[in-house]
Each structure stands twice: as C-alpha cells, then as structure tokens.
Design a protein around this ligand. Structure first.
Ligand code: SF4
Length: 70
C-alpha cells in the first residue's frame, strides 16, 4: 500500500506524526512532506509492518488529508 497526503488540506496538526513513523514534523512544526514543494505527497510502498500505524494516522488526521491507496 501507499498513502497520499493532500497538502492543500493538511493543517499541520501533527497527529499523524504521533501515530506513524512515516510522518514527521519539521522543527518549525510543519509536516515534513511540504519540503518537496508540491500540493500532494505520495509515499513509496509502505511495509506491512507499518500499515496499521499509517491507517491509524489517516484515522487520526482531523481534516482527513491522508488517503490510503492499496
Ligand atoms: S494529522 Fe493531518 S492535518 Fe495534521 S499534519 Fe498530519 S496530515 Fe496534516
């Protein structure tokens, strides 16, 4: 599976970073994927071991910016 983050919707709340290691915040509190300067971030393949955590991150996001793609 992969996941996609809509960076136009994301408000840098950071709950995803607490749920899954695949997500992190920068020192100034913004989602690290923003550094790629795009409106959408698409991940590489997520391992089965990380899948539950990424699904938890998607559930935790208050603005539903994270979409799981199988
Ligand atoms: S939880 Fe949602 S809004 Fe918050 S940083 Fe993660 S993707 Fe963005």
């Amino acid at each position: 599976m992969r996941f996609v983050v809509d960076l136009k919707v994301c408000q840098d709340h950071g709950q995803c970073a607490y749920a899954a290691r695949a997500f992190s915040l920068t020192e100034d509190g913004r989602l690290a994927f923003r550094q790629q300067n795009a409106n959408v971030y698409e991940s590489a393949d997520v391992s089965d071991a990380e899948r539950d955590d990424v699904e938890e991150a998607a559930d935790a996001c208050p603005v539903q910016a994270i979409e799981i793609r199988d």
